[in-house]
Ligand binder design. Structure first.
Ligand code: ADP
Length: 296
């Protein structure tokens, strides 16, 4: 099955607990009622793109359980092609998310079925897409194979390196757009800064790792596009934050959608900050993503 945009990545059920503060080691904190939302970086990215009208397929894996059905329903409902989502004999991935009153979240992921996604599942299909977004929370060798296959076939690749991990240099050299948030950028650049931040100028160093370009998101400050020609700062609209869960994935889906429509990278990032900013004004990850009509 061919789609213009292929997303390779995780599908998780998000179990979201509101809490006054997050527990530290050995501590028990009583939170509010748990809500269960469809999530996972790959599924989120695919849904964000489909809402914007992209022709998008998800390559992923879920379990034969209620959480897996929740995810497939959400993907179908948003118009994502699910023919490449495998149903495997492991529990669907789960993300345990604590949201505090400031809108910040902390997340523990149990990958489950996502770890059944093997390199042989990805190679042939990646090459049929115009743009491929590869995200983490799936086995690293699968990520590597997806990028290498895309690079070999001329498919444009966006690697959303989140959560950040050490990816071999030859694989990074096959990436067209490395997409990370500012903390992940700091980690990649080996910044010793206590707050895990790097200055905007230092972001140019990301290209030394191998990708042709990079996009670094920085929450309310928007994003920075890093290209050989220089850096472009892309401000995000000022909004009232309700829940930042999945903001980075909304950004990824919108960025990739614009790239399938042949937008330049800075224009694609400008459209992505609008989508991501709108998503933080609503609760949940996938349910918060706007349609093309809502963006108008
Ligand atoms: P991640 O969720 O991966 O950590 P960021 O926090 O950098 O990523 O957010 C991704 C994008 O979401 C930002 O580039 C921005 O467009 C939007 N965003 C996130 N937080 C805010 C905010 N407080 N106000 C406006 N936009 C935001």
């Amino acid at each position: 099955m061919t789609a213009q945009l292929l997303v390779v990545g995780s599908a998780n059920a998000d179990l979201v607990v509101p809490a006054e503060r997050r527990p530290s080691g050995g501590e028990t904190v009583l939170g509010g009622d748990t809500e269960t939302w469809p999530g996972g970086k790959g599924a989120n990215t695919a849904v964000a793109a489909a809402r914007l009208g992209a022709d998008v397929a998800l390559l992923g894996a879920v379990g034969d359980d209620a959480h897996g059905r929740l995810l497939l329903d959400s993907l179908h409902g948003s118009g994502v092609h699910t023919g490449l989502v495998r149903v495997v004999p492991r529990p669907t991935g789960l993300a345990f998310i604590t949201v505090t009153p400031d809108g910040e979240n902390s997340i523990l992921v149990s990958p489950g079925a996502n770890h059944a996604l093997r390199p042989d599942d990805v190679a042939s299909v990646v090459s049929e897409a115009k743009v491929a977004v590869v995200s983490m929370e799936i086995p690293l060798d699968t990520v590597e194979r997806a990028i290498n296959a895309a690079a070999a076939s001329g498919t444009r690749t966006v690697l959303n390196l989140s959560p950040v991990a050490a990816v071999p240099a030859p694989t990074l050299a096959g990436v067209d757009v490395l997409l990370v948030n500012e903390h992940e950028a700091a980690w990649l650049l080996g910044s010793g800064a206590a707050d895990g931040m790097v200055g905007t100028r230092e972001l140019a160093g990301l290209l030394d790792l191998g990708p042709r370009a990079a996009v670094v998101t920085s929450g309310a400050r928007g994003a920075v596009v890093v290209e050989q020609e220089g850096l472009t700062e892309v401000p995000t609209p000022a909004v009232e934050v309700v829940d930042t869960t999945g903001a980075g994935d909304a950004f990824a889906g919108a960025l990739a959608t614009a790239l399938t429509r042949d937008a330049g990278l800075a224009d694609a990032a400008a459209s992505a900050v609008r989508v991501a900013a709108l998503s933080v004004t609503r609760r949940g990850a996938q349910p918060s993503y706007p349609t093309a009509v809502e963006l108008e």
